[in-house]
Design a binder for this molecule. Sequence first.
Ligand code: AR6
Length: 169
Amino acid sequence: MTTIELVQGDITRESVDAIVNAANSSLLGGGGVDGAIHRRGGPAILEECRKLRASRYGKGLRTGQAVATTAGDLDARWVIHTVGPVFSATEDRSALLASCYRESLRVADELGARTVAFPAVSTGVYGWPMDDGARIAVETVRAADTAVEQVRFVLFDQQAYEVFADRLR
Ligand code: AR6
C-alpha cells in the first residue's frame, strides 16, 4: 500500500530515498527542477549522467523512461531522472507522462527505495496543464504495483499544490 503525501516547496530540500528529476533526454541538465537538482546536488550527479550517456544512452534517454544516479550532496540516496513529454494540443501524449511515473517507481523498486519524491513532471518548460498533469500523476501512482511505501508530490507553488490537493480528494 503506497501512501501519497503533498508538500509545497523545493524538492531539492526533501529527505527521501529517491528524488525524481524532470530531466531531458540529454541527461546533461537544464532549467527548472533539473537545474535546481544539479545545482544543489553538485557535480557527482552530472558525472554519473555523462557515464550513463557514454555507456547506455548514447542516443539519449527516451521520453517516458527513467534511470537512477547518485544524489550527490542532496539528502537522498538516489536521483531518478525521467523525461516527460512536451505537451501537445493535437496529439495525446498522456501515456508517455504516465510512463514517467510508472517507470520511476519501477526503478525505485529495483533500488529498494521506500520513499520517493516527485515533482509535477512536464508542467513547467514542457507546458503540460497542471490539472491534467496532476490527474495523470495521482492516477498512475495510485494504480502502480510497487513496494514504494510513500510517494510525496512536491509542488513548487501554492497553486500547483491546490490543484494536486483537489485531485487527491
Ligand atoms: N522543486 C519542485 N518543483 C519545481 C522546482 C523545485 N526546485 N523547480 C521547478 N519546479 P520543469 P518539465 C516545478 O520545467 O516541464 C528542464 O530544463 C515547476 O514549477 O522543471 O518537465 C529540463 O532539463 C513545474 O511545475 O520540468 C527539461 O529540458 C515542474 O517542477 C525541461 O525543463 C516541472 O517543471 C523539462 O520540463
